[in-house]
Structures are given as structure tokens and as C-alpha cells.
Design a protein around this ligand. Structure first.
Ligand SMILES: *[C@@H]1O[C@H](CO)[C@@H](O)[C@H](O)[C@H]1NC(C)=O
Ligand SMILES: *[C@@H]1O[C@H](CO)[C@@H](O)[C@H](O)[C@H]1NC(C)=O
Ligand SMILES: *[C@@H]1O[C@H](CO)[C@@H](O)[C@H](O)[C@H]1NC(C)=O
Ligand SMILES: *[C@@H]1O[C@H](CO)[C@@H](O)[C@H](O)[C@H]1NC(C)=O
Length: 308
């Protein structure tokens, strides 16, 4: 159940005096607990969600490792890119090979009737890793949504494999498809709004700092306030297992959860904007609980040292 639905239901229950049977206090508290810790990450397997311009070999290595090592079968899907044709030399595939992956296959079609055939899906059935390249995220939807290929992507995750992607390949992982408009890449709530949903109740934006996109997710959160907004900068990734997300790579991931966190002491003295206008940054090594929508604070998070 979506958070907004739960809250609407709760509001209706709390403020409708006698028409409805009174909920027991335990069912109310369960709903409240559900609302605050709904699982939104995958039950099995991992996601590596990269904010575009992937260069850092450590992120590629992470994908290879989570797929099961150099001999794992990794499928690269270049379809978001929009080129007329693709061959096995697609750059992300070449980079994975140069970093030791021995069995990398580029798989592509724009035609959903092809994506729905057993022949097309066959290589996915023995794969333990997928990498979705960049471009326009709606092309992935038009080619694969509702097909056997989409089901096979999910099955890689269900078997404990890794689904990864950069730029468009990051946004496609959200249940809400950010920047999904076919006209241009600036419309946040476009003519395609449903992603593959490996992260539920979430919208994922990319290239966020390099392109000064940090206010853009509010276009989505204004119309879908129950969503968790996640913005990822270039060459930076979120590695997700269950509800645990860890930042790796060069810069920052931004979280739009209505809250605020700082590694700085006395940050309660800050004059923040209202909750619906807030975001904050996490860096490599920082961890976030996607269910609780909170930073996982550990000893290594505190800091600033003696620099003021
Ligand atoms: C809470 O979530 C559980 C598991 O998804 C579901 O079975 C239950 O009905 C939910 N309870 C309420 C009160 O929403
Ligand atoms: C939510 O968290 C509470 C407290 O940590 C826990 O008791 C409850 O089982 C959790 N609910 C779900 C649906 O995970
Ligand atoms: C990968 O496969 C090759 C050839 O079959 C084999 O020699 C090698 O030991 C394998 N590497 C790993 C890490 O399993
Ligand atoms: C390489 O991956 C393909 C596609 O998943 C698979 O069919 C094939 O068996 C794999 N080859 C090896 C040597 O593991």
C-alpha cells in the first residue's frame, strides 16, 4: 500500500466519527509502522544506481562483484541511447570486459514484440547481472515494459543478481519514472511516469549536481508527495540491498524525504526551508535506510574533526 494511501486511509479513519467501525489501536499502530518502514528496496539481490557519466572503475568493479565475479554472465542493455543499431562493442560492455568481466553480452531491441520472445530473453535466463546504459528512459519502457524481457530483468534480481544502470538506466529503477517525457529531458512528470520499479515508492534523478538539477525533483514530489525522492550526481552510485542504501563513488547522493540530516553538531540551529522544500546530501560510505527514510548514523558518520 502506498504511503499516501495509508495516510489518506488513516485520516479518513481518524476523522470519520461514527460511520466506520472503530479500528483497534493495534491496527492503527500497525498502519503507522507500515507507513514509516515500508520496504521499498528489492527482497533479493542488489541494485547499483549510478547518476550518469560513469567513469569510476570501483563502481564497475562493484557491479562485477555483485554479479558473482569475472565469469558471471552480465547483460548490457543500451536501448535508452536511441542509436539505430548496437553491437557488442558498446562502451559500457567494453569497459566491463577491460575490468575483467569475461562474459558480457549486449542485448537490444526497440520492438516490444521481439522483447516478448523466448529467443530474445534466453541470455537473460542465465545472467546474474544487468547494466542499463544512458539516454532517454522512456525508450526502455517502450521496448520492454510488460514483455518477457521485463519479467526476466526482475528474475535476475529475484535470483540474487545485480541490476545496475547509469543516467536513464538509474531513473528506470524507480517506480515513478522521473524525466520520462518523449519531448525533452526537462519535463519531470512527463508522458511516461511508470518505471520498472526495482525501488518502490521512489523517483530517481541523475546528473543532479553537475547539471544544477537539485530543485527539479520537487516537480514530482508536489504531485506525488508520498514518494521518496533520490537524486544522484555523476560518477556516484547508490548500492542497494533490501532497504539499505550505501553511497559509493566520487560525489554525492541527495535525499528528498522531508527531513534533514547533517554530520555537523548543533545542526538543529539551522534555519531550514519547510519540509516539502528540503533535501540533503550523503557522500561515499554514508548509508540510508530506505524504509525508515533516515540516515543510518554510525560512528564513522560523525565528523568535521577540528575544522570549522
Ligand atoms: C501492514 O503491512 C502488512 C504487510 O505489507 C499488511 O499485511 C498489513 O495489512 C498492513 N497493515 C495496515 C494496517 O495497513
Ligand atoms: C516496522 O518497524 C517496527 C519497529 O522497528 C517493527 O516492529 C515492525 O515490524 C516493522 N514493520 C514492518 C512492516 O516492517
Ligand atoms: C573463470 O573461468 C575460467 C575458464 O573457464 C577459469 O579458468 C577461471 O578459474 C574462472 N574464474 C573464476 C574466478 O571462477
Ligand atoms: C555467458 O553468458 C551467456 C548469456 O547468459 C550464457 O548463455 C553462456 O552460457 C555464458 N557462457 C559461459 C562460458 O558461462
Amino acid at each position: 500500500m502506498r504511503l499516501s494511501t495509508i495516510l489518506t486511509t488513516l485520516t479518513a479513519v481518524l476523522f470519520t466519527p461514527s460511520a466506520l467501525p472503530h479500528p483497534t489501536s493495534s491496527s492503527l499502530s500497525t498502519a503507522l509502522q507500515n507507513a514509516s518502514n515500508t520496504t521499498i528496496g528489492p527482497e533479493n539481490g542488489h541494485l547499483v544506481i549510478v547518476g550518469g557519466n560513469l567513469q569510476n572503475p570501483l563502481i564497475y568493479q562493484k557491479i562485477i562483484t555483485l554479479a558473482g565475479g569475472p565469469n558471471a554472465s552480465i547483460i548490457v542493455i543500451p536501448t535508452a541511447g536511441g542509436d539505430p543499431t548496437y553491437d557488442q562493442s558498446f562502451p559500457a560492455a567494453a569497459t566491463l570486459r577491460s575490468l575483467g568481466a569475461t562474459n558480457v553480452t549486449v542485448l537490444h531491441t526497440y520492438d516490444p514484440s521481439v522483447a516478448d520472445t523466448d529467443e530474445f530473453v534466453a541470455p537473460l535466463l542465465s545472467a546474474s547481472g544487468i547494466f542499463f546504459g544512458g539516454g532517454r528512459q522512456w525508450r526502455l519502457v517502450d521496448a520492454y515494459a510488460g514483455t518477457k524481457a521485463e519479467a526476466a530483468f526482475q528474475s535476475v534480481l529475484d535470483r540474487g543478481g545485480v541490476l545496475s544502470g547509469s543516467s536513464a538506466g538509474a531513473s528506470i529503477m524507480g517506480s515513478f519514472l522521473a524525466r520520462g517525457d518523449t519531448a525533452n529531458n526537462q519535463i519531470m512528470v512527463g508522458d511516461h511516469t511508470v518505471g520498472f520499479g526495482y525501488l518502490k515508492n521512489a523517483a530517481i534523478d541523475q546528473h543532479v549536481l553537475v547539471r544544477n538539477r537539485h530543485f527539479d525533483l520537487f516537480d514530482i514530489l508536489k504531485v506525488e508527495p508520498g514518494l521518496l525522492g533520490i537524486g544522484i550526481d555523476e560518477d556516484t552510485a547508490l548500492v542497494v540491498a533490501g532497504n539499505d542504501a550505501e553511497v559509493i563513488g566520487s560525489t554525492y547522493a541527495l535525499f528528498y524525504d522531508g527531513g534533514f540530516w547533517s554530520r555537523e553538531e548543533l545542526s538543529e540551529l539551522k534555519n531550514l526551508p519547510p519540509p516539502e522544500a528540503r533535501f540533503y546530501f550523503l557522500k561515499a560510505g554514508d548509508r540510508y535506510d530506505l524504509g525508515q527514510r533516515k540516515v543510518v548514523v554510525s560512528a564513522t558518520l560523525s565528523g568535521g574533526g577540528d575544522e570549522f
